[in-house]
Design a protein around this ligand. Structure first.
Ligand SMILES: Nc1ncnc2c1ncn2[C@@H]1O[C@H](COP(=O)(O)OP(=O)(O)OP(=O)(O)O)[C@@H](O)[C@H]1O
Length: 273
């Protein structure tokens, strides 16, 4: 009988559990002028990771998010999310896959103005036809986690920017997705509300082990993540991991951004953390 010796590398490999696999992904927009927006992008995101994607304007971040949301498909290469290749799913399966697996948080907060905070929160669950008791308990739970308990009866026009974004995050999380995709979630917020939202995402990531992928121009926002992946002209540029205090990670992010170049206005929201 063979005695299989397992080395550290193998153990690490066995423990790794990618929830997102981008395999040599290229995206070409065909138009009057053909444009290669992503070029052989190849990376994994592990289950429970909090990853920031940064890059100058036009580097392909939105394109990448669209592929992860399965609203678009790669021209070449393969994307696997939670073991599923969305490209192979039919229309109905895709809708279901998105609703079950993924939560979205955008810079533009699209709450339904006619509904209260509570009704906005519960909306994704009504689509799944959950029993009312279960819906109520999930809303209570979410309201407590997000500190929304006192404003459940308010409508979106009666909320601060931070409260509105917290509600939007609650709505993105209430169906307990495996992955949250966030596009500049703090882009429209003042620094105090931005900090609240980032701490909230950090908390959800730490305590619920929800995987979060966040596109951001803001190095402070990125410093809340475990890893920052930098892209330039649609190509992988660099990645750095947080293995120290957030302040030091923030400095390292700034260093990579200065190497990355691009327009200074792309990263204009630099404030002291
Ligand atoms: N539908 C499209 N057709 C043709 N070209 C496109 C299309 N969408 C995006 N592009 C081009 O692809 C490149 C990447 O665009 P993308 O929107 O992904 O960049 P981005 O990093 O999100 O930029 P920003 O930070 O300004 O939002 C850009 O050069 C853009 O002009």
């Amino acid at each position: 009988m063979h005695n299989h010796k397992i080395n550290n590398h193998q153990i690490n490999n066995q423990m790794r559990k990618p929830i997102v696999e981008m395999k040599d992904v290229t995206k070409i927009y065909e138009g009057k002028v053909m444009h290669r927006a992503l070029k052989q992008l190849d990376f994994d995101v592990e289950e429970g990771e909090f990853v920031a994607i940064m890059g100058p304007s036009g580097s392909g971040k939105t394109t990448l998010l669209n592929l992860l949301m399965a609203t678009d498909i790669p021209t070449y290469g393969k994307i696997v999310i939670g073991g599923v290749e969305p490209e192979t799913l039919g229309q109905n399966e895709i809708a279901l896959f998105r609703r079950r697996q993924i939560g979205f948080v955008f810079q533009e907060i699209n709450l339904l103005q006619m509904l209260t905070v509570e009704e906005n929160l519960v909306l994704p669950l009504t689509l799944d036809g959950l029993p009312v008791r279960e819906m109520k308990s999930r809303v209570q739970d979410m309201a407590q986690k997000l500190n929304l308990e006192d404003i459940l009866e308010r409508r979106p026009d009666e909320l601060s920017g931070g409260q509105a974004q917290r509600t939007a995050i609650g709505r993105a999380l209430i169906h307990q997705p495996n992955i949250v995709l966030a596009d500049e979630p703090t882009g429209n917020l003042d620094s105090k509300s931005a900090k609240d939202v980032l701490e909230l995402l950090e908390n959800i990531n730490t305590h619920e082990r929800t995987t979060i992928i966040m596109v951001t121009h803001d190095p402070i926002a990125a410093s809340y993540c475990d890893r920052v992946l930098f892209i330039k002209d649609g190509e992988f540029f660099n990645e750095i991991y947080k293995d120290e205090r957030r302040q030091t990670f923030f400095q390292r992010i700034l260093n990579v951004l200065s190497l990355l170049g691009g327009n200074v206005h792309d990263f204009s929201s630099v404030r002291l953390p």
